[in-house]
Design a protein around this ligand. Structure first.
Ligand SMILES: [Zn+2]
Length: 319
């Protein structure tokens, strides 16, 4: 794990901000969160040093759902066995800590599997075989993250398009939704990954189980076609960054029954934890910010709002 993605030395369920010279200071939770009502719809839990401990941290902070995102071309995982093992370990730890931690509800977990556009060049028959095996697990309910990344261009663009299309077709055959990773480059004329992906999806037809625009930072005008196509829109830590004003404007427009929360853990820690590894429990900070952006005050209204977002996550990950 790179230096930017360090975790605090404390092994407890709190939150810490990384200061200069590797000093850490405690951060209060954004508000008393509602037990088990916040869902992280996109996290690479296996990339964190201790996945089981992160589930315990979720239990202690009211995070009741995680969708684990994995890529058969790069992740050495046993799916779904590893997810079961994390939960079993977390269950034992919660029992040991029963006196210290109030909540004892471990988050529910689902799995999303797909070949990331960065890895499109690795897609071959063996990778597809492994992908299909992971997708056949009863816990795996989304194909993703799949898409186009013209910012890093780690795979040739024609290969990215081909592999994206192939996996959309698999999702349609399996009747699953897709989670989309779309990132454009600097020149809007030739690097518009969102516009290209949209026209690919339009041409072959959006999967009937839905599509998630993961890590959305789109301004209102670019977001509208996705809203009109009835897509789910997921917001993560980037929503809390100072420079993300356009993304916040977009976040006000998404219909409430299509909004999702996510972390993209271990990447993209929300404020005020930026510069440290992001963990699924951090989703409560993004949840509070999203509610605030939409003018939903803490209390009953926020409870209802978060319950709706939770229900959205369950709906799209329903078998
Ligand atoms: Zn991701």
């Amino acid at each position: 794990m790179s230096d930017r993605m360090k975790l605090p030395p404390e092994r407890d369920c709190g939150f810490y901000q990384r200061r200069k010279h590797d000093k850490w200071s405690a951060v209060p939770s954004p508000e008393p969160m509602l037990e088990g009502l916040v869902a992280d719809s996109h996290a690479h839990v296996h990339m964190l040093p201790d996945p089981a401990w992160e589930l315990v941290r979720c239990a202690a902070n009211g995070v009741g759902f995680i969708c684990e995102i994995c890529d058969p071309s790069e992740d050495s995982l046993s799916i779904p066995e590893d997810v079961h093992r994390w939960r079993a370990e977390a269950h034992d730890t919660l029992n040991e800590l029963a006196d210290e931690i109030d909540s004892c509800q471990l988050p529910q977990m689902r799995i999303s599997a797909g070949v990331h556009p960065h890895n499109a060049k690795l897609y071959d028959a063996a990778v597809e075989e492994r992908l299909l095996e992971w997708l056949s697990a009863p816990e795996t309910l989304i194909v993703g993250e799949i898409g186009l990344d013209y910012h890093y261009d780690l795979s040739p663009r024609d290969v990215q398009r081909e592999v994206f299309l192939r996996q959309i077709q698999l999702a349609k055959e399996l009747d699953m939704p897709v989670a989309l990773h779309l990132r454009g480059g600097d020149d809007p004329e030739v690097d518009d990954a969102h516009r290209e992906a949209f026209s690919i999806l339009e041409k072959v037809g959006f999967p009937s189980r839905g599509a998630i625009v993961h890590c959305c930072a789109l301004p209102p005008d670019e977001l509208l076609p996705w809203i009109e196509a009835d897509c789910y829109v997921a917001y993560g830590g980037a929503l809390t960054f100072k420079k993300s004003e356009e993304a916040r404007e977009g976040a006000r427009l998404v219909p409430e029954n299509r909004l999702l929360l996510e972390t993209d853990s271990p990447y993209m820690a929300p404020e005020p934890m930026r510069g440290a590894a992001c963990t699924p429990a951090h989703v409560i900070f993004t949840a509070a910010r999203l509610a605030e952006i939409r003018g939903i005050a803490p209390g009953q209204d926020r409870e209802r709002f978060l319950a709706q977002l939770f229900e959205n996550t369950l709906r799209i990950t329903r078998p």
